[in-house]
Design a protein around this ligand. Structure first.
Ligand SMILES: NC(=O)c1ccc[n+]([C@@H]2O[C@H](COP(=O)([O-])OP(=O)(O)OC[C@H]3O[C@@H](n4cnc5c(N)ncnc54)[C@H](OP(=O)(O)O)[C@@H]3O)[C@@H](O)[C@H]2O)c1
Length: 328
C-alpha cells in the first residue's frame, strides 16, 4: 500500500520505521508545511514525493493511504479531506477531539469504502491476549490501577516561557488527550464501560491539564487511573484479585508484564519490545484492513467501536474534571 505521512516529528519517524517492517507498505510521500523539513524526512526514508499543500496530497492518485500525525485539533479536518479524497486513513491518537466528529467520519469512511482507524498501540499489540490470559489466574478482581506518568520533554521549554503545542489548549492537547487515553483503552477493553466516572485534574497557567486522575466504578470493582506530563512515574500499573496480581511496567506498550501470587516470586508474562516494532503492528492492521476487508471485518469493527467508546469516555472525563480547549 503506497502511503504518505502528515507531520515530521519523531513519532512519524517511529511509525515509518515500524511500517518498514511490514511487507507491502511503501512510503510514497511526506507532507510538511515546510518544504525543507518534508524533503529532509523524505530523503531520510527514501520517499520520492514531498507535499506542501494538503490538497495536492489529497488529489494525488498514487497515494492510497495517509498516516496523520499532526496536532490533535487538526485531525478532524485533515482526515475528513483525506477520506473524501478516497484515502485509507490511520490517524494518531486521539483520533478526533469529540466523539460526534469520530462517528461522523466513521460513517464517511464506510460510505467511501475506506479504512479510518486510530493509531493506538494497545489495540493491535499481539500481547493483548496474553495480558487477558494472565488475568484468568487473578481470581476475584476487585481493584486495578493504571498509570501513565511521563515527564514531557517539552516541559522545560514550557517553564522557560515557550508555548509548545502539547501544553497549548488551542491544539486540544494536554495530559488526558496525550497520555490518559492509554489508560482508558485497557480500562474499557478489560473491564467494559464503568457504572460511574469521577475525575479531576490540575492545570498549568496555559490552561492545559498537566496531570489528572479518574476513578471508574464497576459493580464489584474500582479502577483508578492516573496520568501526568509533569513527572516521571516508575511504579507502573497493576490489576489485583484474591488469586494474585498482574503488574504492567508500560500500559501504553504493554511491556514488562508479570504475574505474582502472595508469598511467591514474580513470573514474567511479557518482556520488552521496541516502540517502532509495536507500531509495526498497527501498520500491519491498517494494511490488512485495507487489503483484506472481508477477512478482517470483525477486528476492524472492534477497533472502530472501541475508538468511539474511548472518545466518549474522554469527553465525559473532560466534562467532570473541567478540561477545556480554546476555539472550540
Ligand atoms: N503513538 C504515540 O506514541 C504518539 C507519540 C507522540 C505523539 N503522538 C500523537 O501524534 C500527534 C502529533 O504529536 P506531536 O507531539 O508530534 O505534535 P507536534 O510536534 O506539535 O506536531 C506534529 C507535526 O505537525 C505539524 N504541526 C505542528 N504545529 C502545527 C500547526 N500549528 N499547524 C499545522 N501543523 C503543525 C508539524 O509538521 P510540519 O512542521 O512538518 O508541518 C509537526 O511535525 C498527536 O496527535 C499526538 O497525540 C502519538
Amino acid at each position: 500500500m503506497k502511503y504518505a505521512v502528515i507531520g515530521t516529528s519523531w513519532i512519524t519517524e517511529e511509525f515509518i520505521m515500524g511500517a518498514n517492517l511490514v511487507e507491502g507498505m511503501e512510503l510514497l510521500g511526506v507532507y510538511s508545511r515546510s518544504y525543507s523539513k518534508g524533503k529532509a524526512l523524505a530523503e531520510k526514508f527514501g520517499a520520492p514525493r514531498v507535499f506542501v499543500d494538503l490538497h495536492d496530497l489529497a488529489r494525488n492518485a498514487d497515494v492510497e493511504a495517509v498516516y496523520v500525525a499532526s496536532p490533535n485539533s487538526l485531525h478532524y479536518e485533515q482526515c475528513k479531506l483525506l477520506l473524501k479524497s478516497g484515502k485509507h486513513v490511520l490517524c494518531e491518537k486521539p483520533i478526533t477531539v469529540e466523539p460526534e466528529e469520530l462517528a461522523e467520519l466513521q460513517a464517511l469512511a464506510a460510505e467511501q469504502g475506506k479504512v479510518y482507524m486510530e493509531a493506538i498501540m494497545y489495540m493491535h499489540n499481539p500481547v493483548r491476549p496474553k495480558l487477558k490470559a494472565s488475568m484468568q489466574a487473578l481470581g476475584n478482581i476487585t481493584s486495578a490501577h493504571f498509570d501513565f506518568s511521563q515527564l514531557s520533554s517539552k516541559y522545560p521549554a514550557y517553564k522557560n516561557g515557550e508555548n509548545p503545542n502539547i501544553f497549548n489548549p488551542e491544539f486540544a492537547t494536554g495530559s488526558l488527550m496525550d497520555l490518559g487515553i492509554y489508560c482508558i483503552y485497557p480500562a474499557l477493553d478489560l473491564f467494559g464501560m464503568p457504572k460511574s466516572i469521577w475525575s479531576t485534574a490540575t492545570f498549568l497557567e496555559s490552561g492545559a491539564d498537566g496531570n489528572g486522575t479518574a476513578v471508574f466504578k464497576y459493580d464489584n470493582m474500582l479502577l483508578t487511573l492516573t496520568w501526568s506530563k509533569l513527572a516521571q512515574g516508575f511504579c507502573g500499573s497493576e490489576i489485583t484479585g484474591d488469586g494474585g496480581s498482574v503488574t504492567i511496567d508500560s500500559i501504553s506498550q504493554l511491556n514488562g508484564i508479570k504475574f505474582c501470587r502472595k508469598g511467591g516470586e514474580p513470573v514474567e508474562v511479557v518482556g520488552e519490545t521496541e516502540k517502532h516494532v509495536i507500531m509495526s503492528y498497527e501498520a500491519k492492521a491498517w494494511l490488512d484492513f485495507a487489503t483484506k476487508p472481508e477477512e478482517t471485518a470483525e477486528q476492524y469493527q472492534d477497533a472502530s467501536r472501541m475508538a468511539l467508546a474511548v472518545s466518549t469516555v474522554m469527553k465525559k472525563i473532560r466534562e467532570v474534571s473541567g478540561i477545556k480547549f480554546k476555539n472550540r
